[in-house]
Design a binder for this molecule. Structure first.
Ligand code: FRU
Length: 525
């Protein structure tokens, strides 16, 4: 997080930036948001709680905002769920459905939703200066929340202890609640156990490991079957780090390993030697690129997963921003949005289990119900030679989904230019370079970049062709580009702030013809 800036809500009547408001990403109506909190599916609704400043559009007065959705694309903002008060800010955390009524807050037939959040105690509090874990519960499906009178339920009497993610562990050893929570400046995830959500015992810790950072934040730990095989369960530990991420500033790394109810043991293939050896900085940079990154872009942070989703599906949402410049994004009256909801799976890549992510809309689009998706283009196989190909323009008010399968052949690189100007000087350039096997996103000419010195940037991710083919799913939504590469094995998310008149999209190949096996463009509102 960055420094506190209170009460900067834009004046009523200010024109704002409606042209930058995303169509299918959650933004608060007229306030600030950061991390997703308490993601839970309950009674047919997906609940998104989030770090919110109810009084302004910069970070401060941290409270839990609340929105719900039936399709994970369109959200309804509800009143603030857990507001800050004179003694505490309400920092990040999670929600569980207490099915067994272990807490006694609900009943066995009508289980309570229990929020486990970090109390960031203020000077007026007897716990002033510390961060500790507290409970609030709801017995009306998340509409109203009551704080537990025994708060905080877990304290170390320290300042940087936060972001509890609680889940139910059920394994050979038994079943209990597990909390993954960070000692932020120790760069550690601590694991605790409870039988009633109220008293917690320390089990183990993990970290520091892999990318170096000032702080670890917002951990999540969950099991997944590798390639759907129930006999091969691996555990994924997501850790958000700030600063020190691959694209600069804040970002998230993950580890794959085992969890026995007590201890997380990373697979050796998840761990990277960060010592740099004798080769110095070059090999350190290489080591950083060998860490497992949830996202290779600048703007995906604090991703955590929903609890209680049916059918064992694991769906995550992240905050689409970067602490480097978060408070200065040029939007009003709101500031910041969430990423798309992404379903995560594990698949074996060269013998090691690795995450793949797919936006939930892709799954819907491939299946049934997506009434609002409109085809703009659907091309059969053709050769792309030297002339650039004009794609359908971006449509104000809609997100655009571009699906491409490209056989580069003898082309050295090909470029998508998104939100381009007609003179060709402006646009967000998404390229694949066949020689370096890198996917590159260049937002230096994407539009408004001057609001912060760290915003104009170029990101890159290593991407191998598969059977000679590159598969891309690109979702652009007014002020963001999310790229899911090779079926989601690599993901890259960046914000952009294009001028409203720049709506042209182009595709070009350089150095030789490329074969376009599939090119489909559709809009979604
Ligand atoms: C991460 C974070 C959390 C903290 C929250 C405060 O972005 O810094 O560690 O709980 O934001 O808003």
């Amino acid at each position: 997080m960055s420094s506190r800036l209170d009460d900067a809500r834009p004046e009523a009547g200010a024109a704002g930036t409606p042209g930058l408001r995303p169509a299918i990403h959650f933004t608060a109506r007229d306030t600030w948001l950061n991390d997703p909190n308490g993601l839970v599916y309950h009674d047919g609704l997906y609940h998104l709680f989030y770090q919110n400043n109810p009084f302004g559009n910069v970070w401060g007065n941290m409270s839990w905002g609340h929105a719900t959705s039936t399709d994970l694309l369109h959200w309804t903002e509800l009143p603030v769920a857990i507001p800050c008060d004179e003694v505490e800010d309400i920092f990040s955390g999670s929600i569980v459905v207490d099915h067994g009524n272990t807490s006694g807050f609900g009943t066995e037939n009508d289980p309570a939703l229990v929020a486990i959040y970090t109390s960031a105690f203020k000077p007026g509090s007897e716990h002033s200066g510390t961060q500790a874990q507290s409970l609030a519960y709801s017995t009306d499906s998340g509409k109203s929340w009551r704080k537990y009178e025994g708060n905080p339920v877990l304290t170390r009497g320290t300042a940087h202890f936060r972001d509890p993610k609680v889940f139910r562990y059920e394994g050979p050893a038994g079943d209990w609640w597990v909390m993954a929570v960070v000692g932020a400046q120790d760069r550690q995830v601590l694991f605790y156990r409870s039988f009633d959500l109220k008293s917690w015992e320390l089990l183990s810790d993990f970290g520091p490991a892999n990318a170096d950072a000032l702080e670890w934040e917002c951990p999540d730990l969950f099991p997944l079957a590798v390639d759907g095989d129930p006999a091969n369960i691996k555990w994924v530990l997501i850790v958000s780090i700030n600063p020190g991420a691959i694209a600069g500033g804040s970002g998230s790394q993950y580890f794959v390993g085992d969890f026995d109810g007590t201890t997380f043991t990373p697979d050796p293939s998840s761990l990277v030697d960060m010592s740099g050896g004798t080769a110095g900085e070059g090999s350190l940079a290489q080591a950083l690129r060998s860490c497992l990154w949830l996202d290779w872009g600048r703007d995906c942070y604090a991703s955590v997963s929903f609890s209680n989703v049916p059918d064992g599906r694991r769906i995550i949402i992240g905050w689409m921003n970067n602490w480097d410049y978060a408070n200065e994004l040029p939007t009003a009256p709101w500031r910041s949005s969430m990423t798309l909801a992404r379903e995560v799976r594990l698949t074996a890549v060269n013998g090691s289990a690795r995450l793949v992510q797919q936006p939930v809309l892709a799954e819907l689009a491939a299946g049934e119900e997506l009434p609002a998706a409109k085809d703009q283009m659907n091309a059969d196989t053709f050769e792309l030679r030297n002339a650039a190909l004009r794609l359908p323009d971006a449509v104000p008010g809609s997100a655009q989904i571009i699906e491409a399968e490209i056989l580069p052949g003898s082309a050295d690189r090909f470029d998508f230019r998104l939100f381009g100007s007609s003179d060709g000087s402006k646009g967000t350039i998404l390229s694949y370079n066949t020689t370096s096997a890198q996917l590159i996103l260049d937002r230096r000419q994407s539009g408004n970049t001057c609001f912060h010195g760290k915003f104009a940037s170029v990101e890159s991710a290593p991407v191998d062709l598969e059977n000679g083919v590159l598969k891309l799913l690109i979702v652009v939504d007014h002020c963001s580009v999310e790229v899911f590469i090779q079926g989601g094995k690599v993901v890259l998310t960046d914000l952009i702030f294009p001028e409203p008149e720049n709506t042209e999209n182009w595709l070009s190949a350089e150095g030789g013809p490329a074969t376009i096996l599939k090119l489909a463009v559709s809009t979604l509102t």
